[in-house]
Design a protein around this ligand. Structure first.
Ligand code: ADP
Ligand code: MG
Length: 697
């Protein structure tokens, strides 16, 4: 047996169990060895029943003497089992609603019980409430050393394979492993005093006697530390290599001409902030290099990222290239199209939209223009990535809202030009640690300053029975010359239902609540022209109120709008709420965000409170990540989020930092050629499978 042996050939695992393990993503011995226990139990305090004292956590090996279920009032029931051992003591275990246990804990069965011993003041007997237990078979008692009298690992069950079966399997595997080379470079191991791979794996599953339980349960035992560090180390090496590789490829060296500078000045509607200037400098320097740029542009909502992207586009266009912007949704693409068209109108650039909802004829025509090089700037959705779209000379690709975009798509786009420069804009600020895992292969620019004169948006929470107050507030703002958004959630399962709600609300608002005002409706099912028309009328001030589903989440820019009403705000995630709020507060007037909710559960209350208390996008993003966990924060694998086994981005930030430093130092100055090659080989074999990421090169 070696690390690559398929699990189904391991003793004790047949095809059925192998399938259950496979469903957890575990197919080889190496995979199973990396399957870390999620907690540990101290079963060293093994005692005969007669020696138990109330108040202690204890492990008891005993036999079930009898059991029964008592019915209590109001449908409650309680399952009680009496346990005995050779010490002639007696102990009762109790489980509320435990009637199902009667087929498991039958008299005569031998079990290991683990729990807190109490004293029943009525009967004077020793009891344990809801103890953990494991049924012991004759065979198990032979290796009782494994399940008892030690710190025991608890693995998450895989299908029908319980924690104790996993423990037995892992024990056997650990026992019969041949000696293995440690993949982690020796210099790093020595310097950080990390245990060797095999030892770390053994101690991960079977902690040595005397290991600190608290360390174990906070994932900081030496073995756990090493394995977490290792997982991050490979990830960072891969990302850094990918970045280095792209950096060495030949790319376009754009000219930073005076003419380009002049044209940027002509285009700019306002004086850029210092942060915008600094970031443009970073981008321009990259663009001038004869290698492809791979840069991430981060900044809070409204910090003026789009303007910087437009400046970068001018540099590309003035060097004789085409530029393109890809947005995640049609409405966003439509928005960007309008914005860029107006910015570039003074410059005489040809700007075209290309989205999925255009007619075949329109598309054919636009594609031809692109191919002949008659278009300077194209704005579109994924449609721009279709195979039959080709550019004459694509020099710069701007990707908005990267996290809905896979790495694969990024690569596909790069294939459309001869290694065009890529600028990724995120609409949602990404917490630093996550940015590092996700975008370790990108250089990062941050706009950390809002345009002058912005006042924080005043955010209030109101329950839905106060909706009339909300409407009268909206009315007052509109009377003062402002405009308002009213947003409804799209529930993914039922876009139609949300649509209906928005339509109904639109009717209600325009006919009953605000008959004298002009109310528009915007949703994802409108055609591109219809969307453009509604947006245009809202922007021009003809519409006072825009009722919308979340399609306006990003990119909409109407500085005169000062109120954002979000209905059923409890249904939105934090990042989404923050994005929506970012649609107001863009002009000089004080703006307001009114979060209208029904009943709140704890998580929703926390989100709403965060919104009311904070306007800092990075802080909100950290909170979002905490509340939802990294998986959901970005959606799953296809979003390019690496899958981690033992490491946890939230819990292990400082180890991630360390791993990144180590990876960078190692790649810059590998201690020896052999070790460098060793790392490359390891990555080649593990990168795709282990992290679910695209190939390094
Ligand atoms: P982001 O894309 O970062 O959310 P935008 O580029 O949409 O931000 O800019 C938000 C708003 O601020 C827009 O109305 C934009 O025209 C305006 N804006 C951008 N930069 C400046 C600036 N330097 N001074 C004043 N207003 C600006
Ligand atoms: Mg924007």
């Amino acid at each position: 047996m070696d690390l690559q042996t398929p699990l189904q050939y391991v003793k004790g695992i047949g095809p059925a169990r192998a399938a259950m393990l496979e469903a957890k993503g575990l197919s080889t011995v190496e995979d199973l060895l990396a399957y870390a226990p999620f907690r540990y139990e101290d079963r060293t305090n093994l005692k005969p029943i007669a020696k138990l004292a109330p108040g202690e956590m204890a492990t008891v090996v005993c036999e079930i003497a009898s059991s029964h279920t008592s019915r209590l009032r109001r449908g409650m029931s309680i399952f009680e089992a009496r346990f005995r051992d050779d010490s002639h003591g007696s102990l009762t275990g109790k489980w509320f609603h435990g009637d199902y246990l009667k087929t498991v804990l039958v008299p005569g069965t031998r079990v290991a019980l683990f729990g807190k011993v109490d004293f029943d003041s009525f009967t004077g007997a020793l009891t344990v409430m809801h103890p953990e237990f494991e049924i012991l078979s004759a065979e198990d008692e032979a290796d009782a050393a494994l399940h008892l009298n030690r710190i025991v690992p608890i693995h998450e069950a895989a299908g029908k394979i319980t924690a104790r079966v996993l423990r037995t399997l892992l024990w056997r595997i650990c026992e019969s492993l041949p000696p293995l080379a440690d993949p982690l470079p020796g210099a790093i191991r020595d310097r950080l005093k990390l245990p060797e791979y095999i030892q770390a794996i053994r101690h991960l599953h079977f902690p040595p006697a005397g290991e600190d339980l608290r360390l174990l349960n906070s994932f900081r035992s030496p073995a756990q530390f090493r394995l977490i560090l290792e997982e991050f180390f490979w990830l960072q090496c891969g990302l850094l290599l990918r970045r280095g590789k792209v950096r060495l490829q030949p790319g376009i060296a754009f000219e930073l001409s005076d003419r380009a500078r002049d044209r940027i000045k002509t285009m700019l509607p306002f004086k850029p902030t210092n942060a915008q200037k600094r970031v443009l400098g970073e981008i321009a320097r990259d663009m001038a290099e004869p290698h492809p740029m791979n840069r991430l542009l981060q900044g809070d909502v409204g910090s003026g990222k789009t303007l910087v992207a437009a400046e970068a586009a001018i540099i590309a266009i003035e060097s004789g290239y085409q530029a393109a912007l890809i947005a995640p949704t049609e409405i966003l693409a439509a928005q960007h199209y309008l914005y860029f068209k107006s910015l570039f109108s003074k410059l005489g650039y040809v700007v075209v939209p290309l989205t999925g909802s255009q007619t075949a004829r329109e598309k054919t025509k636009l594609k031809e223009l692109l191919e002949r090089g008659l278009v300077h700037f194209a704005v579109g959705t994924h449609a721009l990535l279709e195979e039959d779209v080709s550019f004459k000379k694509l020099g710069l690709a701007i990707i908005d809202e990267q996290h809905r975009f896979g790495v694969m798509q990024r690569l596909r786009l790069m294939e459309k030009g001869t290694a065009p420069d890529v600028l990724v804009m995120t609409a949602t600020p990404i917490p630093r640690t996550l940015a590092m895992t996700l975008y370790g292969d990108l250089d990062v620019s941050v706009i950390d300053e809002l345009p002058p004169g912005r006042r924080p948006v005043v955010t209030k929470h109101l329950s839905e029975d106060r909706i009339e107050q909300v409407w009268s507030f909206v009315k007052r703002e509109i009377d003062a010359g402002r405009q308002a958004y009213v947003v409804y959630p799209i529930i993914e399962e039922s876009e139609t239902a949300a649509l209906k709600a928005a339509e109904k609300m639109h009717r209600h608002l325009s006919e009953t609540v605000f008959p004298a005002l002009n109310t528009g409706l915007l949703h994802g099912r409108l055609s591109a022209d219809e969307k453009e028309d509604v947006m245009h009328r809202f922007k021009g001030g003809e519409l006072h109120i825009l009722v919308s589903t979340t399609v306006i989440e990003v990119g909409v820019d109407v500085p005169n709008a000062s109120v954002m009403v979000i209905e059923q705000a409890e249904r939105f995630g934090l990042a989404q709420l923050h994005q929506l709020r970012g649609r107001v507060g863009r002009g000089a007037a004080q703006s307001y965000c009114l979060l209208v909710t029904g009943r709140l559960n704890d998580a929703a209350r926390e989100r709403i409170r965060t919104m009311v208390d904070s306007s800092d996008g990075f802080l909100i993003a950290e909170m979002d990540l905490k509340l939802r966990g990294p998986g959901e924060f970005f959606g799953t694998r296809q979003s390019g989020l690496p899958s981690l086994r033992i490491a946890n981005i939230l819990r292990d930030q400082e180890i991630l930092d360390l791993a990144r430093r180590e990876a960078a130092a190692f790649l810059d100055h590998p201690p020896s050629e052999a070790e460098r090659v060793g790392v490359l080989n390891y990555l080649r074999d593990h990168w795709q499978k282990r992290y679910g990421l695209a190939r390094v090169g």
